[in-house]
Design a protein around this ligand. Sequence first.
Ligand code: C2E
Ligand code: MG
Ligand code: MG
Ligand code: MG
Length: 292
Amino acid sequence: RSKAMASHPPHRFAAADERDASNRIRLANDLQAAIPNEELLLHYQPQLDLHSGNIVGAEALVRWNHGVFGLQSPSRFIGVAEETGAILDIGAWALRTVAKQAMRINDGRRTPIRFSCNVSVLEFTRRDMVAFVEQVVAETGCRPEWLTLELTESLMMPEPAEVLRVFRDLRGLGVEISIDDFGTGYSNLRYLERFPLTEIKIDRSFVRDVVHSPAKRVIVESIIKLGGVLDIRVVAEGIETDAELSVVKSLGCSVGQGYLYSPPLDTTAFDAFIKYHAISHDQAQQGRLLTT
Ligand code: C2E
Ligand code: MG
Ligand code: MG
Ligand code: MG
């Protein structure tokens, strides 16, 4: 976007563009102080086993409580953070916070919940990601297999060899690796075979389209089948309706998340969700036993 803006003389800017540009500069500056000021927080979106209904995971999604502009969604500031390099500090903060959260929640749970953290490709290439993850695991006591790192497919192309090496080392540590927004980027099916992935997430746009488009349905079905053959977990993103749920379920998808189940929740609401979900789930199971 900055390229397009630079190519136009200033007098042709619309007022909204000027506001947008100065807002971006303002956000970029303020972002430096967001961590020390404790303005960043994580929301957690539950992931459910589509067949049993159990909570099996949670995706951590960053929010920024800006002093003046209020709660900001990642689409407002992740891009800026990547441009300025602030994403390195944000990513480090996020992974530590997620690991602590995983420890707190999973301590004493019979079946642990997997926690997913979105990771920018810059973190993979600009820092020693493996040593950093190792350090976080050691610091927090979090088990590496409770952590899944999500990397967006559209960003995977730049350094395939480098990314492959880091993936192998991370798998060696025991953390899981997920390709986010699958289907929206280069969609290179060879990734699935060449990279040591443990999960792929089918992008919300596909989940929406499978209900009406037979072609999209075949694509999604193929991805799910491939996941099955290669032993890669397939997660459906952004399930909003019963129709979407029943289609992805019938195509063999095992895990899903979306507004149908729950939006991303702050830690208090997430704790409550886990608690009441477990209770209502047990009651539903008992009800089924009584009626069958
Ligand atoms: P993503 O990882 O693909 O996350 C899914 C997005 O879809 C989230 O938006 C989530 O709130 C939203 N969503 C979940 N269920 C539904 C649904 O049923 N319907 C619809 N319409 N949307 C749904 P969010 O939280 O605004 O995050 C946007 C993106 O920002 C994420 O996409 C991810 O790429 C990035 N992001 C979030 N947190 C972090 C982070 O800590 N680090 C980095 N590097 N990126 C992050
Ligand atoms: Mg994600
Ligand atoms: Mg996604
Ligand atoms: Mg997505």
